[in-house]
Write a protein that binds this ligand. Structure first.
Ligand SMILES: [Zn+2]
Length: 167
């Protein structure tokens, strides 16, 4: 005869494992096969530096304060480090104090978002519209005019300064 309590415990453990697995998979937010630029994992690995690959393709987060782009104050454009699509203008950059480059708005048609549940809370993940590379997250505690804070890994960005204005 099967022990009923044992059976229930087993079912509970299974449900828990399934729940955890769902959470882990939900963290893998990229909709595969729907980006303009697609490469195999090997190709990305060759194209990107190890820190870039870990953030853009594996959704890692860089150590706060580690990016030289935190202190970047020049006028210019922040592009995707993987495919060079322009993503943010220096005009929308602000000092958030978080240690990650922060912007209150992206350029038009530059980014995509998805729900990320990896930390047991729903956050809005931000990725490059063209190659799907993971950039960071967007939060609703930013400054005017949008009230949004795009919290971006500097390693996922490439800064392109404006040409100095001719005088
Ligand atoms: Zn890109």
């Amino acid at each position: 005869m099967i022990d009923r309590r044992l059976l229930l415990t087993g079912a509970g453990a299974l449900a828990l494992a399934a729940g955890l697995r769902w959470l882990m998979q939900a963290g893998d937010v990229e909709a595969a096969g729907s980006f303009e630029i697609e490469k195999s994992d090997d190709e990305w690995r060759k194209l990107l530096s190890k820190p870039q690959y870990e953030v853009l393709r594996l959704h890692h987060t860089e150590i706060p304060g580690s990016s030289p782009l935190n202190a970047e104050k020049r006028k210019g454009t922040f592009a995707c480090a993987a495919c060079e699509l322009p993503l943010f203008s220096s005009q929308t950059k602000f000092e958030s104090g978080t240690g990650w480059p922060s912007f209150y708005a992206p350029l038009p048609n530059a980014i995509g978002t998805a729900t990320d549940r990896t930390l047991f809370i729903a956050r809005t993940e931000v990725h490059c519209r063209r190659c799907g590379g993971h950039l960071g997250h967007v939060f609703e505690d930013g400054p005017p005019p949008t009230g949004l804070r795009y919290c971006i890994n500097g390693v996922a960005l490439k800064f392109m300064p404006d040409a100095p204005a001719a005088s």
